[in-house]
Design a protein around this ligand. Structure first.
Ligand code: ATP
Ligand code: MG
Length: 510
């Protein structure tokens, strides 16, 4: 970064500080703000790391009289020290020119939608997308923005969703320059999401951006600026014009992020959840049957977090949408099944089955794959089954049925059942955990035993009789047992080896 850009960053700091008219309320787990100087050092180091790629590309475009800038996600992530392999660029060049400039340099080039001005390329480990500057005009009656090529970088940045996503680093040869017309650097250091223009205008242009606010809050752990939250609240209903698939994709990213609670709470508090996932706000009305002081909504958020903490048990470990979404949906059957008894207690009979149905319906409406829908619905349906285990009263056949019904979701069912314990009574929690440990150990033991039980000697009774020339009788049983021991001791044998071992045993016995 050259001197002028850091100087302008400082100016912007003052402007942005003045702009903070309403106080931001960081969450209890919010990390402290970053220092601008640290962010600048981080971004320089990250850009040096990819220096060869951006410098070479920058030179090619500059030689053709076109401007090129790294833009959006990768600039933001470089500032946070988490730049990945995806490099998005914006350019003055039209797609045909971009394609020519990439030819002979990139390992592969493809068209990502010429109508939208995007060309994709691969160079070494880098996935590159280069999009012509855009400026969009909107027809208020149309759902899709009409894409027009723009003629300036600042125009292109102005139509982006959040200030932290509206920064670019121009690359022209080895000269790099930060373009940050909306104070994204300061917002990033403050860990706050703002829109470049008025949030109402931005969300009116593209309501999906409201979902993106929740997604980035969950991914980055950032606070959403109060005026942005207010606009989300006012305009939540506009999300209805967005396709289910696009909403679904943001929901998946939100759930797989490091802080799903932040995103989910924002969806509920702004009323967006009422449109995209109404089962979730409905939980806020319900009291938990065991601990009345805690509502089912808060219980659910804790279960999601506890499920995340157990993901190392999965193969492969790591963010698992199905496991997290099952944790989120496990109690959605409660509002419908709630019954107040005369003694003042509450029951939720069959909320597992009802919840599984509601889950299936919601996931179908959001156009999830059948595979994901079946998996989550199955987990919701089975999440209570373990509670019939008591102190270990299940017969082996009940344990086998549990394993068979869970099928390929068994590892996730273990996680969900363990996570679904939010009692503050430590002794009770310990007891449940120990009982589940026992159940898992029993499942392991049983499946080992059954594999053992499935093991047969290398020769069967008929072959034994034929080889030894003996009729049915006790000797055949003894021979069979000898061969089974050999099989267990030595593992599988060839037919010849098994026959030799059998003859040797027979000779020694006689
Ligand atoms: P990720 O790491 O998830 O890819 P990203 O910031 O790159 O994060 P993308 O969805 O890939 O997010 O979008 C790339 C960039 O395009 C964003 O950083 C943002 O500048 C812009 N953008 C994407 N979608 C929108 C939208 N709906 N409205 C405005 N700008 C958008
Ligand atoms: Mg991206």
């Amino acid at each position: 970064m050259d001197k002028s850009s850091s100087g302008r960053g400082t100016q912007r700091l003052y402007r942005a500080v003045r702009r903070l008219d309403s106080p931001l309320v960081p969450g209890p787990d919010s990390p402290p703000p970053l220092l601008i100087a640290d962010v600048q050092r981080t971004v320089e180091a990250e850009l040096d790391r990819i220096g060869s790629v951006i410098d070479e590309l920058g030179q090619r475009f500059a030689a053709a009289g076109e401007s090129l800038a790294l833009v959006g996600g990768p600039v933001r992530d470089a500032m946070l020290g988490r730049l990945q392999n995806d490099l998005d660029f914006t350019t003055s060049a039209h797609p045909d020119v971009t394609e020519k400039l990439l030819t002979g340099w990139a390992d592969a080039i493809w068209d990502l939608g010429r109508a939208f001005g995007t060309i994709g390329a691969k160079k070494g480990e880098w996935q590159i997308e280069i999009t012509t500057f855009r400026s969009e005009t909107y027809d208020p009656s149309s759902r899709k923005p009409e894409v027009n090529y723009g003629d300036s970088l600042s125009g292109d940045l102005g139509r982006r969703d959040f200030t932290v996503n509206a920064m670019a680093v121009t690359v022209s040869g080895s000269d790099r320059h930060l373009e940050d017309p909306y104070g994204g650097l300061v917002d990033l250091a403050q860990r706050v999401l703002r829109t470049p223009g008025a949030p109402e205008m931005s969300f009116g242009d593209d309501p999906l951006r409201m979902m993106r606010a929740a997604r980035f809050a969950a991914q980055l752990g950032f606070t959403v600026a109060p005026e942005v939250v207010a606009a989300m609240r006012d305009m939540a209903g506009r999300i209805e014009i967005i396709s289910a698939e696009r909403v679904r994709d943001e929901l998946i990213k939100l759930m797989c992020a490091p802080y799903p609670r932040r995103g989910l709470q924002l969806l509920v508090e702004t009323g967006l959840a009422q449109h995209v996932l109404p089962e979730l706000p409905a939980l806020a009305l319900e009291r938990d049957e065991h601990h009345r002081h805690k509502d089912v909504y808060e219980h659910t958020l804790i279960v999601v977090e506890q499920a995340i903490a157990l993901e190392s048990r999965l193969d492969p470990p790591g963010p698992d949408f199905v496991s997290r979404f099952a944790a989120l949906m496990h109690d959605v059957g409660k509002p419908k099944t709630r019954r107040l008894l005369p003694d003042g207690s509450v029951t939720f009979h069959h909320h597992d089955v009802v919840g599984a149905k509601l889950t299936r319906k919601r996931m179908q409406a959001l156009r999830f794959s059948n595979e994901q829908t079946d998996a989550v619905a199955k987990l919701v349906e089975l999440h209570l089954r373990f509670h019939g285990y008591g102190e270990g009263e299940w017969t082996d056949s009940a344990v086998r049925r549990y394993v068979r019904d869970a099928g390929d979701q068994l590892a996730r069912l273990h996680i969900l059942t363990r996570a679904d314990c939010t009692t503050r009574n430590q002794r009770k929690a310990d007891r449940l955990r120990r009982t589940y440990d026992e159940l898992e150990a029993r499942i392991d033991r049983l499946s080992q035993e059954e594999e053992m039980a499935a093991i047969r000697p290398d020769l069967d009774g008929n072959q034994i009789m034929e080889i030894l020339g003996i009729p049915p009788g006790r000797a055949v049983g003894e021979a069979y047992k000898f061969l089974l021991d050999q099989r267990l001791d030595r593992g599988p044998m060839s037919r010849d080896d098994a026959e030799a071992a059998l003859r040797e045993w027979w000779a020694a016995r006689a």
